[in-house]
Design a protein around this ligand. Structure first.
Ligand code: SF4
Ligand code: SF4
Length: 97
């Protein structure tokens, strides 16, 4: 089992999820974050820190989001670990989005 980031994460980059992960298993791609399934220890800490509710336990994923298991595995291998949160949307909140 592992936790999985899904499409609700696209464009969020709020990244509070990263600060609570005890094993630094979030990786940052151009559009969203991904969880490394080899590193995730299923602690559940990140779920409550994710405002758009993008993070799921793989066993609880609805059928239309099952593809995100494979995507997280592939993309977390491709992109670097994000060790600390970046703040709202990765930029000062006064800037237009
Ligand atoms: S808080 Fe949720 S939606 Fe935002 S970056 Fe983290 S996983 Fe993605
Ligand atoms: S469930 Fe725990 S170990 Fe897995 S990504 Fe979330 S905070 Fe990290």
């Amino acid at each position: 089992m592992a936790y999985v980031v899904t499409d609700e994460c696209i464009g969020c980059k709020y990244t509070d999820c990263v600060d609570v992960c005890p094993v630094s298993c979030f990786h940052e791609g151009p559009e969203m974050l991904y969880i490394n399934p080899e590193e995730c220890i299923d602690c559940n800490a990140c779920v409550a820190e994710c405002p758009p509710e993008a993070i799921w336990a793989d066993v609880d994923l609805p059928e239309d989001k099952l593809q995100w298991i494979e995507i997280n595995g592939e993309m977390s291998a491709k992109y670097p670990v994000l060790h600390e949160s970046r703040g709202p949307h990765g930029q000062p909140s006064s800037q237009p989005s």
